[in-house]
Design a protein around this ligand. Structure first.
Ligand SMILES: Cc1ncc(COP(=O)(O)O)c(C=O)c1O
Length: 415
């Protein structure tokens, strides 16, 4: 396998099986899973209702292709459309976040007949040519070849923003004015879209102030620029207060990209878009595996589980308490520069003591110490110095306590 497909830990681990919020490695050691397969196992490992649905469908039919009706896919599309804030939305299914972002970018650039795109600094949207082109993070930009002309705009990441000391309203205005300035000075004007993660995932769970994207969209609207929300990490109740991350901004995007959590581990992704935009492609387009009978059966059961068990409410409660405890810890631990997040999407930014200088070394030490203590956490941020905490939304208060205790001692010992 390629060396650019990086592994965590000095001594990498192989995950053998999981149950609930725990996984076991091939040597039998148990870990509390605070990364959830990169925010994917949203309901938990081995959820019986989801496993049963997959098992039943596997014995019935795995694949037929979108040339024939797939009842599970139709039902799921209807449910996702009605859960989305986009009126009369249509849904296209793909197999990965990358493929779904590609589809959304193809829709916007076709509809607007323009290859000019705006993206946020420090963004991550996938691994293909088009998605790397809109990725604003050097560590994930493997090529400069691009199908687009891309201009990168302010992302609302206050801790490392030139506007960091401004109060929320002035901060938002400064970012929106900067967007206008980039449109006027760095583009040819007829821009297709802005693509943005409501909370940046790989970028280190950076959270802009609520209302940030409303101000950005007001500028976009002046120029007829479409707005795509990449909810690959923030969707399905992850942020606790809303079902979609973008809803914190009181704004309706033209398209939403989804992936990860909907399949609880199955390869399912897609785009929800307003109908004229979705139907704007001037040629046939197909994803052979997208929305196949197996993944959509699992996703339907998973979505039912998310809604029936109010996992969003649990993320708000349990995640809210965890954020508060970590913020209190930030006051004591010199290596913690910033704690931020919503629901069960929590970033802990590690710095050199007494400064805002990023410390990737401290993040590496904490990751190893957590692993030793039986806890898996993620890492991210432009400088690889942000811990990413994103367990299944079914996390119990006792599991949150257990994880916090391991994290606390790992952070205290890292400085
Ligand atoms: C916001 C966002 N968009 C797109 C992607 C790409 O998804 P995938 O890895 O499924 O292709 C990711 C993956 O982490 C992501 O976080």
């Amino acid at each position: 396998m390629p060396k650019w497909q990086a592994l965590y830990y000095d001594e990498p681990i192989a995950i053998d099986h999981g149950e609930g919020r725990y996984v076991w490695d091939a040597e039998g050691k148990r870990y509390l899973d605070f990364f959830g397969g990169i925010l994917t196992t949203i309901s938990g490992h081995g959820v019986p209702e989801v496993v049963e649905a997959i098992r039943d469908q596997a014995s019935k039919l795995l694949h037929s292709s979108t040339l024939y009706l797939i009842p599970n896919a139709i039902e799921l599309a209807e449910q996702i459309a009605s859960l989305s804030p986009i009126p009369n939305a249509k849904v296209f299914f793909a197999t990965s976040g990358t493929e779904a972002v590609e589809a959304a970018l193809m829709l916007a650039t076709s509809a607007r007949r323009s290859n000019q795109v705006l993206a946020l600094r420090n963004s991550y949207h996938g691994r293909s040519f088009a998605t790397v082109a809109v990725t604003g993070n050097r560590g994930w930009s493997a090529t400069g070849l691009s199908p687009f002309q891309v201009a990168f705009v302010q992302n609302g990441y206050r801790y490392r923003s030139p506007f960091r000391d401004l109060p929320d309203d002035a901060f938002i205005t400064a970012c929106a004015e900067d967007l206008r300035n980039i449109i006027e000075t760095g583009t040819a004007g007829d821009i297709a879209c802005l693509i943005a993660e409501p909370i940046q995932g790989v970028g280190g769970f950076t959270v802009p102030p609520d209302g940030f994207f409303a101000a950005m969209k007001a500028v976009l609207d002046e120029y007829g620029i479409l707005f795509i929300a990449d909810e690959v990490q923030t969707g399905w109740g992850r942020t606790g207060e809303h079902f979609w991350g973008i809803e914190a901004h009181n704004v309706v995007p033209d398209a939403i990209v989804f992936a990860k959590g909907i399949g609880n581990g199955l390869s399912l992704a897609g785009v929800v878009a307003q109908p004229e935009l979705m139907d704007s492609l001037p040629a046939n387009s197909i994803s052979t595996f997208g929305g196949n009978p197996l993944v959509t059966a699992g996703a339907l059961a998973n979505l039912r589980y998310i809604l029936d068990h109010d996992l969003q409410g649990n993320a708000r409660e349990v995640g809210g308490q965890l954020i508060q405890r970590l913020q209190a810890l930030a006051g004591e631990a010199v290596a913690v520069g910033d704690v931020r997040g919503k629901g069960l999407m929590i970033g802990v930014e590690l710095v050199e003591p007494g400064s805002t200088r990023p410390s990737a070394a401290a993040a590496g030490r904490v990751l190893e110490a957590c692993r030793e203590g039986g806890l898996l956490v993620g890492k991210g941020g432009l400088y690889g110095n942000v811990l990413r905490i994103s367990p299944a939304l079914s996390l119990t208060p006792a599991e949150a306590d257990e994880g916090y205790a391991i994290l606390e001692s790992a952070i205290q010992g890292s400085g």
